[in-house]
Ligand binder design. Sequence first.
Ligand code: MRU
Length: 374
Amino acid sequence: MNVNGRHYRTIWTEGEGEDETLFIIDQTSLPHEFRTRPLRSVDEVCLAIRDMWVRGAGLIGATAAWGVWVAAREAPADDFSGFMARSVERLRATRPTASNLVWALERQKRAMAGLAGKDAVRAARAEAQAVADEDARFCRMIGERGLRLIEEAAAKHPGRAVNVLTHCNAGWLAFVDYGSALSPVYAAFDAGIPVHVWVDETRPRNQGASLTAWELGRHGVPHDVIVDNAGGHLMQRGMVDMVITGADRVTICGDAANKIGTYLKALAAADNHVPFYVALPSSTFDPSLRDGVRDIPIEERNPDEVRRVSGLTEQGSVESVLVCPPDSTARNWAFDVTPARLITGLITERGVCGASERDILALYPEFQRARGQA
Ligand code: MRU
C-alpha cells in the first residue's frame, strides 16, 4: 500500500546488523494520523499485539514471528532457552482467538530447534521474514482467486458497480500486505471492474470505520461506511451482491470465527440469498478443531471499549467519550462464530472451496494429519 508516496508493508525492519530495528504502523492512531513506531523488546511486541497497535489475524501472526527474533536478540547467553520459552509463552497469551498467532510461534519453534545464540537469532530472522513474505504472497493469491467471483457478479449486473459488504478490517492492515477479504476488491478495482464496498463500522473498536474506510480511500476504492445494523436492510433491497469477510480461525469443518457481528451478517445474507464468502490464508485454518461454536476460544476484552468511543473533535484533538450511564456495566466479546452452513465458500490462496471438511481437505490434504476427531 502506498502512503504519503511510499510503499509500506504493515511490518518491516530498518537498519542492519545490531542496529536492525522492527517497525510497525500504530493502528490505534488511524485514521486521523499515520504513525509508525519501533518495537525494540519482546515486552513491547507483546504490548503491541495485546493493545492492538497491530491487529488482524495475519499481522498478529507475523508480529509474533518477528517478536521471537526480537526475543532471541535480547536473550541472555546464560539463560537463552529459559528466556525464549518464557517469551514464546508471553507472546502466545497476548490474544487467544486468531490461529495465526500459535501457527507462527510453532513455525519459529521448529526453525530454532536445537539452536542458541547467534545461530538462533539468524534462524529466527529468516523464519520471521519467510512468514511475512508468505503472508503477503498468499494474500495476493487470495485476491486473484476472489477476483473471479467479482467478475462473475459484474457480468450479471452490467452497467453498475458490484456491491460488496464487509465487516471489520480484513484488508492490508490486517495482514502484511493486500489483505484477505479486501484483496479481491483491490484486484477487481485494479482490473477496472466497477466495485463499491459497504463498510460496517464494526463497534466497539470501529475497525471498519477507522481502518477499512481509510485503506479503501487510500487505494481509491468507492465505499460508504454504514452502521453495523444496516446490512440486513441493504440486503433486503438488493443493494448487496456479495458479502466477503475475513476470519480469525476456521475449523476443519468450515466454521469461521470473525469479528463480533459477522454471524448476524451471515444470517441476513442467507435469508436474502446473498452469497457469503470468507477469505483466509492457510495459516488461519485450525484443522485440530471441528465444532467452531463449541471449541474456538473467544476473546473477551475490556468493557470500556463498549462503554466509550473515541474520535476527532471539531477542534482537531482525538478524545474518548462515555456513551452509556457511568454506572452501567458492559460485556465485550470480540468475536463470534459463523457456522459452515451459512458460508457460500472459502476464498483461499489455493482456490475457492466449500465450507466443509471434504472440500477443505481436497485443497489442503496435509490437514488430514492434524484433523480433530471430536
Ligand atoms: O480484533 P482484531 O481487529 O484483531 O480482529 C480481527 C479482525 O479484524 C477481523 O475479525 C477480521 O475480519 C479477521 S482478521 C483477518
